[in-house]
Design a binder for this molecule. Structure first.
Ligand code: G3H
Length: 251
């Protein structure tokens, strides 16, 4: 039985006082359940403070990106060594906004996935199709290709510990959610692809999230699907009470 993983991706939002206030509000209220994991994906400058505030609680802290190198002349970048040193536990990799706006490629996502495991960070690897690809019936092939490339070279154990977030790009921040059946079909396909490149046992362990306009009113239907094990939530994760409702839905 896979646990549900609810991750709130704040993207480039909040100032420090808001970030701290959010975490102060949620740490005491996140359900004490082994069935659900709550993650806050915060901007780099807040990670240190949030790790300190969530220490010993049920809330995990994730970065939204990182470089794959450990150190060096990469002005403006943040390394996996730094994240591990801070006590960050998860890192979002290959979000469609990184791919579209910051030239992230399947190759760099793969390097970052390896770097994450090297430094004991759990990668949340994002994949998903554009509207044009969906309309051209290319969703399954595109997503399969992204998943295979991101996981290339990992051991089965590492794959089993990877979180995949399926986020159709046309559903992100648009209010348009994929129907729960359509989302599940793609998530099931991702699990099948993972089974083909690893083993059935491995594929059954992988947590696959859905992302794209998830909110308290639609999360239960999504989580009721056979292959959707959680959600990567943007807009609806920004307010503490909404985030708590999303996490509660996973119990
Ligand atoms: O990382 C989160 C996703 O991009 C979804 O964002 O919930 O605002 O559509 P959204």
């Amino acid at each position: 039985m896979r646990k549900k993983v609810i991750a709130g991706n704040w993207k480039m939002n909040k100032v420090l006082s808001e970030a701290n206030g959010f975490v102060d509000e949620v740490v005491g209220s996140v359900p004490d359940s082994d069935q659900v994991e709550a993650i806050v994906c915060a901007p780099f400058p807040y990670l240190s403070s949030l790790v300190e505030k969530t220490n010993g609680t049920k809330v995990h802290v994730a970065a939204q990106n990182m470089h794959f190198e450990e150190n060096g002349a990469f002005t403006g970048e943040v390394s996996p060594v730094m994240l591990q040193d801070l006590g960050v536990t998860h890192v979002v990799l290959g979000h469609s906004e990184r791919r579209e706006l910051f030239a992230e490629t399947d190759e760099t996502v793969n390097k970052k996935t390896h770097a994450a495991f090297k430094h004991e960070l759990t990668p949340i690897v994002c994949v998903g199709e554009t509207l044009e690809q969906r309309e051209a019936n290319q969703t399954m092939d595109h997503v399969a290709s992204q998943v295979k490339k991101a996981l290339e070279g990992l051991s089965n154990e590492q794959v089993a510990n990877t979180i995949i977030a399926y986020e159709p790009i046309w559903a992100i921040g648009t209010g348009k959610t994929a129907s729960s059946e359509d989302a599940n079909e793609v998530c099931a396909h991702i699990r099948q692809v993972i089974k083909e490149v690893t083993t059935e046992d491995t594929s059954e362990k992988v947590v696959i999230q859905y992302g794209g306009s998830v909110k308290p009113s639609n999360i239960e239907e999504l989580l009721a699907q056979s292959d959707i094990d959680g959600a990567l939530v943007g807009g609806a994760s920004l307010e503490a009470d909404s985030f708590l409702q999303l996490v509660e839905a996973g119990t």
